[in-house]
Design a protein around this ligand. Structure first.
Ligand code: MRU
Length: 349
């Protein structure tokens, strides 16, 4: 895979490509202060559920850097503050909260150690979260590619690729893994209004990796499903409830209805860290609403009357009944999801 690293801990800072600038230019951003990584998450300079988990883990390390060596109480007070602060950045992708919880739990295992050593161990834990995501993506891809014929035509939405994870991606991971075993995949990529992650990011990374990609506006998916012999739809997820209801980028729900209507399987590819078993169904998933100017002033110019009312949810929930399978690193889960999800978590507690 030819791919710039989506996120990295380098010389005491978090380094990432500023995804808001792609595909116009590839520019690295160095976050040396906790406020910078918070802003980078909020503004989608780094984005995608698994990448947000990795970013949150490194953010904890960054926010505690100056406190390595300080008194234990002070270190722990700061750790709580940093975690609470990062938790305010974006609400929907559960990986962010999952990573913060994992870092807190890990810190508890080091209770009496000097804080310099605790800080170093936290950096190692963040690196583990990073590496595990890389392996998880490959496993998702390996399982998922078995669902694709050769050749295959796929529709995807948003960007659930290498740019959204520390590895080859989830939905796009399936496509890259199919490519690794010699399958030929053609991808129709929804542009993904309003911030165009599909047009800007998915198309960019698929071209970089030699996958045939055709960008379509979101409102073209129906005609593509009707006329282009689509084998399946594959998307990522930001949070999956215990019953399989899936929150993903706004527009995913509509696409699932179109897929059902046209008889195309609708697959969700996601790691187990995206499954929130504390929520029994998708109605409980917090949905981020974003700045109305993302719609009124698309990429800087006036694209609607400046004072028009706007509804700008960043995600929607696809009901489990529209999901043909959930592709995880533990295998392919089928309905009823309460049971298959619980099964996948066995031995993990
Ligand atoms: O707002 P974004 O760009 O962070 O939304 C990203 C998505 O909806 C992805 O599909 C999801 O996070 C899965 S990424 C592997």
């Amino acid at each position: 895979m030819s791919q710039v690293k989506t996120i990295e801990w380098k010389d005491g800072a978090i380094v990432l490509p500023d995804q808001t600038l792609l595909p116009e230019r590839l520019e690295m951003l160095r976050c040396e202060k906790i406020q910078q990584i918070w802003e980078a998450i909020k503004m989608l300079r780094v984005r995608g559920a698994p990448a947000l988990g990795v970013a949150a883990a490194y953010a904890v390390v960054l926010g505690l850097k100056e406190f390595a060596g300080s008194a234990r109480e002070e270190f722990d007070r700061q750790m709580n503050q940093v975690c609470d602060y990062i938790a305010t950045s974006r609400p929907t992708a559960v990986n962010l909260f999952w990573a913060l919880e994992r870092m807190k739990r890990f810190r508890q295992t080091l209770a009496e150690q000097p804080t310099q050593l605790v800080w170093e161990a936290l950096l190692e834990e963040a690196r583990r979260i990073h590496q595990e995501d890389e392996q998880t993506c490959q496993a998702i891809g390996d399982h998922g590619q078995t669902l694709l014929p050769n050749p295959a035509t796929v529709i995807t939405h948003c960007n659930a690729g290498a740019l959204a994870t520390a590895g080859i991606g989830t939905a796009l991971g399936v496509i890259y893994a199919a490519q690794q075993v010699g399958k030929k995949v053609r991808v129709y990529s929804d542009e993904t209004r309003p911030l165009l992650q599909g047009a800007r990011l998915t198309a960019w990374e698929l071209i970089q990796n030699g996958v045939e990609v055709i960008t379509i506006c979101d409102n073209m998916a129906a005609v593509v499903l009707k006329t282009k012999s689509v084998d399946c739809v594959i998307v990522g997820a930001d949070r999956i409830a215990a019953n399989g209801d899936t929150a993903n980028k706004i527009g995913t729900y509509g696409l699932s209805i179109l897929a059902k209507h046209h008889g195309a399987p609708f697959y969700v590819a996601a790691p187990l860290s995206t499954i929130d078993r504390s929520l029994s169904n998708g109605a409980q998933i917090p949905i981020e609403e974003r700045d109305p100017d993302e719609i009124r002033r698309g990429f800087g110019r006036l694209t609607a009357p400046p004072n028009v009312q706007v509804f700008n949810p960043a995600f929607d929930v696809t009901p489990a009944e529209n999901v043909s399978a959930i592709i995880t690193e533990k295998g392919i889960l089928r309905a009823p999801y309460e049971r298959s999800i619980a099964e996948a978590f066995k031995g993990r507690e």
